[in-house]
Design a protein around this ligand. Structure first.
Ligand code: FES
Ligand SMILES: [Fe+2]
Length: 400
């Protein structure tokens, strides 16, 4: 697709409507998305607690790029391009490990945990080793989450940090541990996955577990207004007493690429578990189980739901126009021991089912939008307003 056609596609966008088919299926749009959205913005890479000790590292591949995130002997986390400064070989082939240094598999150049090349190259290569360190990648940590940006000049992170840091602090993600993860290759465009994430209009048909615990589908329904307002007021007062930040009770993120809000669970639900019971020790600074859920969203690659006792974070990585890798992480308090304090079959099913229900419906959408029969449909003004916000943000990014 020529640049002109990309422009025409953008020009045809109508706020409040789904996108034209090309946005979901065209390889040229996908390339543009990777260059403009994913190489420029902050990407969720992983959690602090995945690399607790000096020498711990993980890699995260975004398109053709791969980033190493490693903890140094000084305890600091750094991010580097996973590219050897000699002739460019990818250095770490694995997803994680622990090592005193990174050794290139080609000619064995070794780099220390700060990215410094540990060999004298002056005589043989004519360049000082100090000029041949691993190229750093911009990295920010907030509330136990690690974000990287491949851009030379990444977007400002300060405003996001100001919202995310106080909201995330009590959840204790930085001191948590990963209980387990699940990885999916979803046969859908990354935007289909986000559009689906940004509304609960589909929840009654798709998520029997989720709607028992949460108010989402009753929100903005006049019949439930009074009940929700009373519950919200009571929770807000309680949370304020406990020192929990309550930035917002709605999930709107008008214009912004980040948000965090704390939302009441329905009465009787302590946690997003199948029966609402607490299923692991309290996390972070939570004094009791009455903390609702902390919901965090960072476009274009991260969302998280935190209950009193566990948190579930999701990382979205596009692979192709119609394929997206999704990794789901279940986190519990750092001191919690499997078997003694929690069981995977108690903490996992709620979000495993909800996630998989979403992937199934997203794959159905991808099939539809790729077909000759597809024309964009109108979004619901209230129940899908956050989908419209996401798409406005997306199209705005392309135009910028
Ligand atoms: S390419 Fe890495 S050592 Fe030669
Ligand atoms: Fe869903």
């Amino acid at each position: 697709m020529a640049a002109g056609s990309l422009q025409a596609l953008r020009a045809a966008y109508r706020s409040g409507w789904a996108l034209d088919a090309g946005f979901y299926a065209d390889p040229a749009v996908f390339d543009q998305d990777m260059a403009v959205i994913f190489a420029r913005n902050w990407q969720f890479a992983g959690h602090d607690c995945e690399i607790p000790q000096a020498g711990d590292w993980f890699t995260h591949a975004i398109g053709r790029d791969s980033v190493i995130v490693a903890r140094g002997r000084d305890g600091r986390v750094r991010a580097f391009h996973n590219v050897c400064r000699h002739r460019g070989a990818r250095i770490c082939a694995q997803e994680r490990g622990r090592a005193p240094a990174f050794v290139c598999p080609y000619h064995a150049w070794a780099y220390d945990l700060t990215g410094k090349l540990m060999r004298d190259t002056t005589a043989e290569h004519g360049v000082a080793s100090s000029e041949l360190g691993l190229r750093p990648v911009a990295m920010r940590q907030v509330g136990g989450l690690i974000f990287v940006s491949l851009a030379e000049q990444p977007p400002d992170f300060a405003a996001a940090e100001a919202v995310l840091a106080p909201a995330l602090r009590p959840q204790g993600v930085a001191r948590a541990k990963i209980a387990t993860t699940a990885e999916y290759l979803v046969q859908a465009n990354w935007k289909v996955i986000w559009e689906n994430n940004r509304e609960c209009f589909h929840c009654p048909t798709t998520h029997p577990e989720y709607i028992r615990a949460n108010y989402d589908i009753q929100l903005n329904d006049p019949r439930h207004e009074a009940e929700i307002a009373a519950r919200t007021d009571a929770c807000a007062a309680d949370w304020k007493r406990k020192g929990l930040e309550v930035p917002s009770l709605q999930s709107d993120m008008t214009g912004a690429w980040y948000r965090a809000n704390r939302t009441p669970l329905r009465p009787g639900w302590a946690s997003e578990s199948l029966d609402g019971a607490q299923v692991a020790p309290l996390m972070g600074e939570y004094p009791d189980a009455e903390v609702g859920t902390l919901r965090t969203t960072v476009f274009p690659s991260f969302w998280m739901h935190g209950s009193c006792d566990h948190a579930v974070s999701t990382r979205v990585t596009p692979v192709g126009p119609d394929q997206t890798k999704v990794k789901v992480y279940w986190l519990v308090a750092g001191h919690a021991q499997e078997g003694r304090d929690y069981r995977l079959d108690r903490i996992m099913p709620f979000w495993q089912r909800t996630s998989e229900q979403d992937w199934t419906i997203c794959e159905a959408v991808q099939k539809g939008v790729q077909s000759r029969g597809y024309v964009p449909g109108p979004l619901a003004k209230v129940k899908e307003r956050n989908v419209a916000q996401f798409l406005d943000w997306y199209v705005g990014q392309l135009a910028a």
